[in-house]
Design a protein around this ligand. Structure first.
Ligand code: NIG
Ligand code: FE
Length: 423
């Protein structure tokens, strides 16, 4: 009998979302790796084994057992794309949009990302941490165990560095695993709107190297976690040439690559991301069929953010069904931010993705677990319930995982375990 720290048992099914060390592409996204009446043995925050309960109880003993009352269990959710660190809110812009203004119009008039940047520039690191931590707690209540967090509301060197410091403090205060992303190229700051090349130079020559220096001295680096550089490649944001320059430089000095691409306009960002070996390409609302095919042949994960379309009152969604049928690896994310998607709920994103992007509940589950983990470069550490991985998992308050997509507006999560501890 092997001694475990914790045995979780009395499940309906354990959905392992196990993959072969790779993101799930195409058809394999419909397999959740279910083990009927599975149980899980955990030691030192890691998974010892997942197997049918009868076998686990024969092989493992523990003074601590968690009876989950016949409910379904799945990996902890992973959000591969968040802007959760910000100050203030954009409720006024929300009202403007309800009354007919578009997201791009508000942005072109100096609102949008720039209006949050004004609030972030005035905030201290502590303000940012105090305002962001409750949002992370809400995400956790909805089953989140790992999140990526972007900068991009500073848009000058000191304010971007302040955001990185806030991200590091949040990582120290929260039980979640956090992955940092530098997104200095999120928008052109008002003061340099007329001189876009000056801002691109600032990003390339000053921000990228200094942010990398910060990373190398950070707890993230010590833990062996990756550091990403992202760019918003879009009309009125960064064009293809500017995006290419920034991401190429970033890659040269050690960043992993991400790109916001094809949210409103197809400028070629998907191809750029794939050519640079991006970990993920994100949004993809207007991705062409050719780009979808290229994505399917690459190692890059496509991250879809259907909460944005919903929040912007749009009936146009990224073609998730088409991408999966063409063999892409797809992940889902909240994109939580004050403008395009102020929601902490990943189950809500599954519900929207099922209805409007025709992802089956099983595909949506894999998209929020194993594929999301690969979308932030940690697919070998978490995202599925497999031997040796982090014991990050969610106990639902239903015996059937499909409730995640089926029901919406309520919280389907009963317990969240991070490294084997209830949080
Ligand atoms: O992913 N598209 C660009 N960036 C964010 C929006 C950020 C904001 O509106 O504040 C996004 O949707
Ligand atoms: Fe975003």
């Amino acid at each position: 009998m092997i001694e475990a720290d914790l045995i979780l048992y009395n499940t309906s099914q354990v959905h392992t979302c196990a993959s072969q060390g790779k993101p799930k592409k195409g058809k394999s996204m419909s397999d959740t790796g279910a083990i009927e009446q599975g149980a899980i043995a955990i030691k030192e925050g890691l998974i010892l084994e997942v197997a049918p309960q009868s076998e686990i109880l024969k092989r493992y003993g523990s003074s601590k057992k968690l009876d989950v009352g016949g409910m379904a269990v799945c990996p902890g959710f992973i959000d591969p794309h968040t802007h959760i660190v910000f100050a203030g809110n954009r409720i006024n812009e929300f009202e403007q949009r309800v009354s007919g203004s578009t997201y791009l119009e508000i942005m072109a008039a100096g609102g949008g990302i720039m209006s949050t940047a004004r609030a972030v520039r005035e905030a201290s690191v502590q303000d940012l941490v105090e305002q962001s931590l409750p949002r992370m707690q809400k995400m956790t209540e909805y089953g989140m165990t790992t999140i990526e967090i972007k900068t991009g509301y500073g848009l000058d060197l000191p304010s971007e560095m302040k955001m990185l410091q806030a991200i590091e403090q949040l990582a120290a205060l929260s039980p979640l695993t956090i992955l940092p992303t530098f997104l200095g190229a999120h928008a052109f700051p008002t003061e340099l709107k007329a001189e876009p090349e000056t801002y691109v130079n600032l990003v390339v020559m000053e921000m990228l190297p200094q942010a990398m220096e910060w990373f190398k001295g950070s707890s993230f680096f010590q833990k062996g976690l990756p550091f990403f550089c992202d760019v918003f490649c879009e009309q009125n944001a960064f064009n293809l040439e500017q995006s290419t320059r920034i991401l190429t430089e970033a890659k040269k000095i050690g960043y992993k690559i991400k790109i916001h691409s094809d949210e409103f306009t197809s400028l070629g960002g998907i191809g750029l991301g794939i050519d640079l070996g991006a970990t993920s390409v994100d949004h993809l609302d207007v991705a062409t069929v050719d780009d979808q095919k290229r994505l399917s042949m690459s190692e890059t994960v496509g991250v879809l953010l259907p909460g944005v379309n919903f929040n912007l009152g749009s009936t146009h969604f990224a073609d998730g069904r088409g991408m999966i049928d063409r063999g892409c690896a797809i992940a889902l994310s909240t994109d939580i931010n004050p403008g395009s998607c102020p929601s902490p709920s990943i189950p809500l994103m599954m519900a929207i993705a099922s209805r409007y992007q025709k992802l089956t509940p099983a595909e949506a589950l894999n998209a929020c677990t194993i594929n999301a983990a690969f979308a932030v470069g940690v697919g070998k550490m978490c995202g599925s319930l497999e031997k040796g991985k982090l014991a990050d998992l969610v106990v639902l308050n239903q015996p059937d995982h499909r409730y995640l997509s089926y029901e919406f507006g309520s919280n389907p999560v009963k317990y969240v375990l991070k490294k084997g501890n209830l949080i």
